[in-house]
Design a protein around this ligand. Sequence first.
Ligand code: AP5
Ligand code: MG
Length: 220
Amino acid sequence: MRILLLGKPGSGKGTQSKHIAASRGIPAISTGDLIRQAIRDGTELGVRFKSFTDRGLLVPDDLMIEMVAERLAKPDCKPGFLLDGFPRTVPQAEALDRMLAEKATPLQAAVNLDVPDDILVERATGRRSCPKDGTSYHIKFKPPKTLGVCDACGTALIQRPDDTEDLVKSRLEEYRNKTQPLVAFYQARGILIDLDGVATPEQVERRIESALNNTVRATA
Ligand code: AP5
Ligand code: MG
């Protein structure tokens, strides 16, 4: 399946994409993770990315589009993929349409996780993650067994630098101005799945799985 997850910062895209992609045997591709990896590697591109993410701003479209085109060309994307956090602007969505049209492999579903802003700030500011294996926790909703330490590998957990209250608000502003229009974009293409993202992660996952199964049945 070729799917993407839309949603505001902290709406649960990363949490859900890992499970959904694993259950379907396809790669979960997070542009946020690719950007953070480039920043950690200290590449020239990473330095440019950081100047935007440090301010809670989206990085320029041309850089993102090139990065995603390269990633989707890899062999593991042949059976399908799940995009988390791409596209984030109408030009990115149009570029993705063109990339997929070239291969006659159109997108099948755009899942939008709907969560009110006040909940998002709490989710994002309370998030902690493992720098070694990427496991994500929340100080209240998904605490690790031992405070501040990854359950799986024992590494000290870190907080993302853009998870401060001020930067979450800037990211929400970027979402409203640039990403929100994609809900109507995918609705007009008839592939939008709009879901309530306020529930436990397990309940949200069941909602997504059931909606995707219906989509597959409808298009079979
Ligand atoms: P990115 O990493 O994509 O960040 P984001 O969209 O701001 O989303 P988050 O990763 O913060 O949240 P999420 O929806 O994945 O939620 P999660 O599952 O972790 O992008 C970062 C930056 O990179 C952007 O600001 C931008 O600068 C740049 N960028 C990325 N893509 C770009 C693009 N295409 N174009 C331009 N720039 C781009 O959950 C959050 C927390 O809540 C966790 O602690 C989790 O445990 C908890 N949680 C999850 N679900 C639930 C639940 N149901 N109940 C309770 N808690 C929950
Ligand atoms: Mg994420």
